[in-house]
Design a protein. Structure first.
Length: 114
């Protein structure tokens, strides 16, 4: 069974930065996609960014130029560096891993407020 352990959420002022981490453990196929989704109150869960094990990344338009996804394949860990945070980035952020099966983390709260 694959488990995803997230860390790094918290409260930050507008314009600030946070870094999220997600470490995957268990039996994981070498080809996979890891990434981050978020869900704000009253809204649907949406893709923030994801990156394949080969390095190709995709970003939501709303975060391009502000967020950077990276991963360490040896550690099965994905990171999300979030800069220039806005109040509309406030949400629960979920780590996601897809190989032959899709897995989700428990979520970490990111709150952007002055």
């Amino acid at each position: 069974q694959v488990q995803l352990l997230e860390s790094g959420g918290g409260l930050v002022q507008p314009g600030g930065s946070l870094r999220l981490s997600c470490a995957a453990s268990g039996r994981i196929f070498s080809f996979n996609v890891m990434g981050w989704y978020r869900q704000a109150p009253g809204k649907q869960r949406e893709l923030v960014a994801h990156m394949a094990s080969g390095g190709h990344a995709n970003y939501a338009d709303s975060v391009k130029g502000r967020f950077t996804i990276s991963r360490d394949n040896a550690k099965n860990t994905v990171y999300l560096q979030m800069n220039s945070l806005k109040t509309e980035d406030t949400a629960v952020y979920y780590c996601n891993l897809r190989d032959l099966v899709e897995y989700w983390g428990q979520g970490t709260q990111v709150t952007v407020a002055s």
